[in-house]
Write a protein that binds this ligand. Structure first.
Ligand code: UD1
Length: 388
């Protein structure tokens, strides 16, 4: 009798739920077509915990409930990571897996990598090789540690491969394409069928912009956030109606540090949007203003002009492909970027699909990740059987 390969995926935050879904689907197809049985265990750290930040993604992306929910919740970086380390270790000791798969750059990624590595369990890192070269970003620290400690580095783009090469990690790296591209290609049709957010908010396609802000560098620095908020009010007043789904971190900061700030009537704050609503919102917007990593790419895939409210981006392909303007947070620069897009894409649409496919793959990154993971475990499996 063939014993199932035991694989543990560790997730905890919104972008990780999006990344795990195509991989789960790929493993299921593979087993259904006669591949080896896989026992795919999902560990949810609980970093994101409420309905709008977690449950909605499991529902919409048909992710089975997590086998373990570690319930870690919010906290400082130290205490959050500390609790995750201990609880992930407990979950892994419960039934030693053949491999642990981690995703992206969150504190959950960092804790998962360290816990597994210390137990001598091999670790595969999905979305390896991303660099902003800004070590003040918590995500950059998480990525660098995850890549140096992991055994298998699953890189989404040639740029990511080049970054890994420069750090001496080429031997462990495999170019897979971007799993978030798979997710957009698969889900945009579902979004068209199922999302009613445009009707609910009375939005006309290409007549509004979308805003998201949640990076610590923007939310935790009052001066920076003040500048962004004033630029947004001005854009709402002069250029386009704006819809701003608020990340809980941003909502808290606005409440505690900007109680007197009032958004312009054409700047509409809404609760965090689900994945299908987000695809629909961005897919029909005339522009996106964001500090999110994932959304820069999603805008690129969906043909929505993007303005990034940061000084650097990991996703340089979106700049090179002409889909993204790196504006920073100075109101003048943001205004200039809005004008540039109004001139470049007056209809509020653009087609970056050729550049997207050239940089991010063919929409089958999940299959390549699956194959790389299985190829990585195969010799170990053979060795352990030889010992029996
Ligand atoms: C994390 C990731 C970031 C990722 C982002 C996506 C790190 C260091 N950062 O940042 O890479 O792009 O997720 O959203 O891991 N909160 C809630 N409800 C929730 C989740 C969070 O209220 O469901 C609140 C928390 O109380 C906290 C704040 O949001 O104050 C920030 O949460 P945190 O867990 O630090 O992660 P993110 O900022 O979301």
């Amino acid at each position: 009798m063939t014993t199932a390969i035991k694989l543990v995926s560790i997730v905890g935050a919104r972008p990780q739920f999006i990344k795990i879904a195509p991989l789960l689907r790929s493993f299921e197809h593979f087993t259904r077509r006669g591949g080896p049985p896989i026992d795919h265990i999902i560990v949810h750290t609980g970093q994101h915990y409420d309905a709008g930040m977690s449950d909605v993604f499991f529902d919409e992306l048909a992710i089975p409930p997590a086998t373990f929910n570690l319930g870690v919740g919010s906290g400082s970086h130290g205490s959050q990571t500390d609790q995750m380390l201990a609880r992930i270790e407990g979950a892994l000791l419960n039934g030693r897996p053949d491999i642990v798969v981690t995703y992206g750059d969150t504190n959950s990624t960092l804790a998962a990598t360290l816990s597994a590595a210390k137990l001598h369990i091999p670790v595969a890192h999905v979305e390896a090789g991303l660099r902003s070269f800004n070590r003040r970003m918590p995500e950059e620290i998480n990525r660098v540690v995850a890549d140096h400690v992991s055994d298998l580095l699953l890189a989404p783009t040639p740029t990511a491969i080049a970054n890994l090469e420069k750090e001496g990690l080429a031997e462990r790296a495999v170019l897979t394409g971007d799993i978030m591209y798979d997710a957009v290609l698969f889900n945009r049709r579902l979004a068209a069928q199922r999302s009613s957010i445009l009707d609910r908010l009375a939005l006309e396609p290409r007549r509004y912009g979308v805003v998201t802000i949640h990076r610590a560098e923007n939310t935790d620095d009052e001066k920076r956030l003040r500048k962004v908020l004033s630029a947004l009010n001005e854009i709402a007043a002069t250029a386009a109606r704006l819809v701003f789904p608020l990340h809980p971190r941003t909502a808290k900061v606005l409440q505690s540090r900007f109680p007197a700030w009032s958004p312009h009537p054409r700047l509409q704050l809404i609760p965090p949007a689900g994945y299908l609503d987000t695809l629909s919102l961005v897919g029909h917007a005339r522009m996106l203003l964001t500090d999110s990593g994932g959304l820069q790419k999603e805008a690129f895939f969906l043909g929505c002009p993007c303005i990034t409210l940061r000084e650097e981006t990991e996703w340089v392909e979106t700049l090179q492909g002409g889909g993204n303007i790196l504006a920073g947070i100075e109101p003048e620069a943001i205004r200039a970027a809005v004008s540039a897009w109004e001139a470049r894409a007056p209809a509020g649409q653009a087609d970056f699909s050729a550049a997207a496919a050239a940089a991010f793959g063919d929409g089958h990154a999940a299959d390549r990740i699956r194959d790389a993971v299985l190829a990585f475990i195969a010799p170990r499996e053979r060795a352990s059987h030889a010992l029996l």
